[in-house]
Each structure stands twice: as C-alpha cells, then as structure tokens.
Design a protein around this ligand. Structure first.
Ligand code: NAP
Length: 325
C-alpha cells in the first residue's frame, strides 16, 4: 500500500514493494544493478557507506528515494513476470533498463553485492515493479551493459539540448566532463552552436571534455563561484551565452548559469542539485529575463536518441567505454 493513501508514487513517502503479488498491468523485474543518480550518490558518499544507506532507504520507503537530494536513479535487470494486460510489452527473460526514476519504482532488495564507486552503480539482488506507464529500454547488443546503463540514466539530457539549441547559438555547459555534460556538449555542437564553452572543476574532467572536442573552450572553475564562472565564460564565449545547461552534481550552480546567460536566453537545469528558489529568486534579484527549464528526464524517443549519439560520435563512445565499460 502506498503511504499516504491516494498519493502518486513519486511523491509518496512509502511504496508497496511486495512483489509476491503480480497485478495484471505490471511487470516484475529481477534487479541486478542500480545506477544511482549522481547527485544522490555523491551526497551519500559524504555520509559513509553507500550500500548500507541504500538498503536502509529501500527498507524504509519501498523505493530508492534519497531524502536529501530527492533523486533516485534507474535499474538494470531481467524481466521475471509480465501481467496479462501488458503481455505484449515485454517477454520473460529480456534484459531491460528502466527509464523512470527509482524515486517512483517499487523496489525490494535482498542484498547489496558490491558498490561500484567509479560508475555510481550498485550491484544488487532484488526485484522491482514497472507500472503500465513506466518506460523502459531493451539493452543494445553493441554496448557493454554498464555503459548503456550510464548513458540511459541521463537519456533526457542530450535530446532536450538538441531541440532547444538553435544554429549559431553560444552555449554554456556546466559540468561538461560528466556523463550528461559530455552528451549535452556533443548534442549542442551537432545542433549548430557557434561556440560551446564548458566548465569543469577538475583538470581530469576538463581533459575528458577536451578529448571529446565538442567544446570550443573548457575552463576550469568551480560552478558554485558564480562571479568567477560568469567572468570566465563571457571571456571565452565572447559575450553572454544564448543557452546554458547545468549538468553538475552539486548545489549552488544556479547563479553562474544565470549571470552568464543573456536576456531572452534559456537555461536548462538538468542537474538534480538545482534549487527552484535559488534559480527563481536569483534571476529576479538581478533582473535577468531568462527562460528556465526544469530538467525533465523524459523526451520522446530519448533512449534511442542518446544511444544513437553514442553510436555516431566515436570520441564520445570511447570516453563512455573507458569510464563505464
Ligand atoms: P556526473 O557524471 O557525475 O557529472 C557531473 C560533473 O559535474 C562531473 O564532471 C563533476 O566533476 C562536475 N562538477 C561537480 N561539481 C562541480 C563544480 N563545483 N564545478 C564544476 N563542475 C563540477 O553526473 P551526471 O550523471 O551527468 O548527472 C549530472 C546531474 O544531472 C546530476 O545532478 C544528476 O543528479 C542529474 N540528473 C538529472 C536527471 C534528470 O532527469 N533531470 C537524470 C539523471 C541525472 P568531478 O567529477 O570532478 O566531481
């Protein structure tokens, strides 16, 4: 039973994760791996052992819904049972990755087998329920599953950038060396951006972004240092940008993006660490007329588009293979 009663799953305090009963419109998946949302994983790392925290959250809430970041992640597994009303959606034995958040996915965990600190993935034994409305992807044959899982976790990012960036735009990508940052930089360049400026805080991540080659310039700065970031971005882009996307996994990146974006421009806050109040009140505070878009994780055909981008961009693919393969 969901608690509180009548609440939709994402907002619920607790979900019913009893998978012994199969409803006719549900799919039960034997879960092998969780791809934990980056903001959530990093937040848990600051507190200690990630596996124990995941077990505790799932035991308490019936889902992996981080109380601090409010975010979840997604899962990889094998279809175990398919309800009669959704019989055509999946076949028993198929390997699938969920494309809906773990914050709304009923999950029962028997145990955590291993925590993969580098990939922000966790090997588990458990079961999950996919609703009739829950999108999922079949895993591609041409990529290691850990790579596909990493890309599909942020599948909404690049397709949204592709449809928002106009030819000739000046673009800023905060966190350009991370998963979504690399994908968004590549998508922006392919959409015809005249200048793409990336920001990363470490040389290692900046080097990865430079290897991708999608950014015209990558500057090393702390995205939370708004004034410094804006100054460096304006210098690198030759003025304020038309479009900015925030792909960092830490709080306080709102003002750097807002200061660097022109009046009439657009900022896509893909980052789960974004604060609505900081963004809304911060833009108001400096009278900046920007359109701010919440990072909806869904766009039609986002999984296919993201996998196609990985397929078509050899540098992107090789970075993902190195990091997540
Ligand atoms: P990721 O791979 O961990 O990348 C984040 C990048 O940001 C890393 O390269 C990181 O550098 C960099 N970074 C961290 N702090 C920074 C700072 N202060 N200044 C500059 N760069 C900084 O994360 P991801 O998986 O792409 O996810 C990015 C964000 O999207 C996260 O907030 C995640 O929760 C969110 N997300 C949103 C959705 C959605 O539906 N909207 C879905 C999935 C994920 P280091 O490696 O040096 O730390």
């Amino acid at each position: 039973m969901v608690a509180p009663l009548g609440c939709l799953p994402q907002a619920a305090e607790r979900l019913d994760n009893d998978v012994s009963r199969l409803f006719d419109n549900e799919i039960v998946v034997d879960v092998e791996r969780l791809n934990v949302d980056s903001a959530s994983f990093v937040q848990m790392e600051t507190l200690g052992e990630v596996g124990a925290q995941i077990l505790a959250t799932v035991a308490e809430r019936g889902k992996q819904h981080n109380r601090v970041t409010g975010s979840g992640g997604m899962l990889l597994g094998r279809v175990a049972r398919v309800g009669s009303r959704v019989a055509g959606r999946a076949s028993v034995g198929e390997r699938v990755a969920s494309l809906v958040s773990l914050t709304l996915t009923p999950l029962h965990l028997e145990r955590v087998v291993a925590v993969d600190l580098a990939r922000h993935q966790v090997e588990v034994i458990g079961q999950a329920v996919l609703f009739e409305s829950s999108a999922f992807a079949r895993l591609p044959a041409d990529l290691p599953e850990t790579v596909a899982l990493a890309a599909l976790d942020v599948a909404g990012a690049a397709p949204q950038v592709a449809r928002m960036v106009k030819s000739g735009d000046r673009v800023l990508v905060l966190g350009c060396g991370g998963k979504s940052g690399l994908l968004c930089s590549s998508a922006a360049r392919r959409a015809g951006a005249s200048v793409v400026v990336g920001v990363e805080r470490s040389e290692a991540a900046a080097t990865a972004a430079r290897r991708l080659g999608a950014c015209h310039q990558v500057v090393v700065a702390d995205a939370a240092d708004a004034v410094a970031v804006a100054g460096m971005v304006l210098a690198a882009a030759g003025g304020e940008v038309d479009f900015a996307v925030s792909c960092v996994n830490v709080p306080d990146a709102e003002m750097g993006a807002i200061l660097a974006t022109r009046d009439g421009g657009t900022i896509y806050f893909f980052s789960m660490s974004t604060s609505f109040t900081k963004a809304a009140l911060g833009a108001e505070g400096i009278s900046r007329d920007v359109t701010m878009v919440i990072g909806n994780g869904y766009a039609p055909h986002h999984a296919e588009a993201t996998l196609a981008l990985l397929h078509d961009d050899p540098a992107l693919r090789s970075l993902f293979l190195e990091r997540f393969g």
